[in-house]
Every structure is written in C-alpha cells, then in structure tokens.
Design a protein around this ligand. Sequence first.
Ligand code: MN
Length: 243
Amino acid sequence: MIDLHCHLDLYPDPKAIIERCRACNQFVLSVMTTPSSYRGTFALAPDDELIPTALGLHPQLAAERHRELKLFDELLPAVRWIGEIGLDGAPEHRQSWAVQLRVFQHILKSCSRAGGRLLSIHSRHAATEVLEELRKQANAGVAVMHWFSGTKTELNQAIEIDCWFSIGLPMLRSNKGRIIVSSLPRDRVLTETDGPFTQNEGRPSYPWDSRQTSLKLAELWNESEDTTNARLRENLSKLLSIA
Ligand code: MN
C-alpha cells in the first residue's frame, strides 16, 4: 500500500501510526507544513526507506512562515522529497497570494539549483498558476499533483508537462474527481490520504486507508485489485528511479 501524501507529524500519536505502517509494509511519504517541523518529523522515522520525510512549506502558511525559507535552503541538500508546497487561490487565502507566489518560486528555484527533487504539490484553485511556475522551472524536479482539482484544460496541461498525480478517497467520492481520475495516464497515478486532514468512516484518515483507494481505483479502471496494486507499486518504483 502506498500513501504518497500524509501529515504523520499531525496525528496525536505518530509513533503508533508508524508502527502499524511498518507492520503492514506500508509506504508513506511524510509531508509537512513548515521547515521548522522537519527535524522533529524526520526523527519519527529516520532513514526509513518506506517512510521518507519530505521538506515543505504549505501555501496556506506562507504569510506566517516565509522567514523559514532560509532554513528550507539549509535542509534541502539532505532531502530527496519536497512537500507540501504550492499555491492556494481560495478566497480565504487570496490576501497572502503575493507571498505564496514568492515562496513557491523560491522553493522551485532552490530545487532546480540542487539538481531537482520529487515534489508533492498543492494547487487548490490555482492549477493554472502552479503549472505556469512549474513550466518556468522545468529542472525543479518531478511534480506530483496532490488532490488535483483543476479544469479539464488544466489537467491536460499538467499531463503535457509530465506531472504525476496522487489520488485520495475524497477525489474518488466526487463526480468531478472521478472524471479527472479517469482521464489520467494510469502509469502516473499513485494513492494518498492527506491524513489527518481528511476523514474516512467518521474518523481521521490513516495511511492504510490507501487500501480502499486502490480498491476504488480498480473498480474505476475495471481491473482486478491485484492488477491495480501491481500497477501502483510499479509506478512508485518508476517515480523513485527518475529522481
Ligand atoms: Mn496536505
């Protein structure tokens, strides 16, 4: 099972979650919202190949935390995954747009200078702008669009610039989300939970909920669960080998 976007550090008892992930051989990309939480989050699962820690600065916190870009640059050389980063164009985050853009551009430039990274990207109400920045910094790395919710045109643009996509249950529950997922190249899709921000069965999502996501993907793709799981595993190895 694969969870390519999970905020492990935000669960009340991350160690217990990690233990269970290890017991079931679960892959979890542990993303974060601020560079200052990197060291603490990394210490939860140090040098664990199945639970890599990403370095991030969430667009919704850009205004409050942009001073941590210096720390971001200091930590970057030792980190392979970057996330959560991106832009958020929702009305409640519009007033921080200028600083969000500056932070995102800075991060992409730093990644490009460092030789490229794997990027888990937030693009809510801002897909066009995110894709534009990715195009400008083509050497920043491999972009994995997390919970993509753009238009058909934006989706085609993302596919065209070789973006990957991480898909969670909320996307598969909505009609719009299912249409997006059906249009994705199957060899660039991975599963995610975005836990604990998302809910499943009336409680926060856990990384192992990605099992339900792959089941739903199998239904949508009209193939067996085994075929879908094999495909997802193959996609993950391919993604890891690009970087
Ligand atoms: Mn997230």
